[in-house]
Design a protein around this ligand. Structure first.
Ligand SMILES: *Cc1c(COP(=O)(O)O)cnc(C)c1O
Length: 393
């Protein structure tokens, strides 16, 4: 079946699946480290061109390949490279496309480890980096340099829910001989397709919306061209950032319901955001689905929906935030996001605690900021949970 012609929700279920010899309706788990060659000649052919057969699971595996093909199709890319985690995807991109004396330009409020691995480690090898407010396109134009190899953006960014114009960044990157990489974890391919807007590489933490069930960690890189794929894939294999077949199976199972989950999470998120916006104990709230959201036009230009992530600041700062987190019962106090279960967390003391306070504040991550990832529970239970916890503040 040519799944390329199908609509998104059908692709979620069928793309990447292949005719399995026993007629299995789902992609089987090929839980094997290695694959037998039919003959010495076949083995030699596999090494010459691994399309001729599977060799070793770090290199490739049918279950993992099904997931790679599924997601490459969802993002309209050339091909996918599955990794052990989202950070495995991020560091494979850095390693493959940067080198001594290269410059790296990125969003200041990018996912904490994506920034700290650059500043604490890649800089040791002679890569220089700048982290700026990429929602300011003039600032991006001013900050890109002739030696910039990668413009790396996260939109919406984490946890400030700030958008960056993908199309404009692609133009700036290409005018300066750089590659545009987009971390699309917060939107998932359901709401945003960066490669269609000019990006060269898109990556996801599959741990979040795509798997959606908080039971597996994983990552994927999808490139627009064969050339970029051929640069990144061998590096990922050599560094051993590969996914495991069982992980691939769980994520293939999770991705099937991405459309349904996203629909429900967004419905819930809109109601919760409105409730929070009108609450006297809330200083401000950022959610792309609210009328008050400042980047509404950009949201409509590049996203098909506002997503299910929001940040808000309570009056009473860090103490009020801790009270809220200690009193919610339906929402789980945990990092991560994009699952069927609602999660709440405090970036300044949790996900972004690795960044010094002044850098955090410059990136818009204030001490009282609370991040809320809306799941698919009954909206009345979620609202009641917040009402009861807010009463205790
Ligand atoms: C979680 C996350 C990552 C890292 O993914 P892991 O699967 O935890 O390694 C990268 N970017 C964003 C935006 C994330 O939310």
């Amino acid at each position: 079946m040519d799944t390329k012609k199908l609509n998104f929700d059908t692709k979620l279920i069928h793309a990447g699946h292949y005719d399995e010899p026993f007629g299995s309706a789902t992609v089987p788990i090929y839980q094997t480290s290695t694959f037998a060659f039919k003959s010495a000649e076949h083995g030699a052919q596999c090494f010459d061109n691994n399309k001729k057969g599977y060799i070793y699971t770090r290199i490739n595996n049918p279950t993992i390949e099904a997931l790679e093909n599924n997601l490459a199709e969802l993002e309209n890319g050339y091909a996918g490279i599955a990794t052990a985690s989202g950070m495995g995807a991020c560091t494979s991109i850095y390693m493959a496309l940067l080198g001594k004396d290269a410059h790296f330009l990125s969003t200041s409020s990018v996912y904490g480890p994506s920034r700290s691995v650059m500043e604490n480690h890649f800089n040791r090898f002679g890569v220089s980096s700048d982290f700026i407010d990429t929602s300011d396109i003039e600032l991006v134009k001013k900050s890109i340099r002739p030696d910039t190899h990668i413009l790396f953006i996260e939109t919406p960014s984490n946890p400030t829910i700030q958008l960056t114009d993908i199309e404009a960044c692609a133009q700036i990157a290409h005018d300066n001989g750089a590659i545009l990489v987009v971390d699309n974890t917060f939107s998932s391919p359901c709401l945003q397709n960066p490669l269609d807007m000019g990006a060269d590489v898109v990556f996801h933490s599959l741990t979040k919306f795509i798997n959606g069930h908080a039971d597996a960690v994983g990552g994927i890189i999808i490139t627009k061209t064969k050339e970029l794929y051929d640069k990144i894939r061998p590096l990922m294999i050599s560094m051993g950032c590969n996914m495991d077949p069982h992980q691939a199976y769980l994520i293939l199972r999770g991705v099937k319901t991405l459309g349904l989950r996203m629909e429900r999470s967004q419905q819930n998120a809109k109601r919760i955001a409105q409730w929070l916006e009108s609450h006297p104990k809330v200083e401000w709230i950022k959610y792309p689905g609210l009328g008050s959201y400042t980047q509404k036009d950009l949201m409509k230009k590049q996203m098909r929906g506002p997503g299910a992530m929001m940040s808000f600041e309570l009056k009473g700062g860090i103490e009020a935030g801790a009270k809220l987190m200690n009193n919610v019962k339906v929402a789980t106090l945990a990092v991560s996001l994009g699952g069927v279960e609602t999660l709440i967390q405090h970036p300044a003391s949790m996900t972004h605690s690795g960044l010094p306070k002044e850098i955090r504040e410059k990136a818009g991550i204030s001490d009282g900021l609370v991040r809320y990832s809306v799941g698919i529970e009954d909206i009345n239970d979620l609202l009641k949970d917040l009402e009861e916890a807010f009463d205790k503040i």
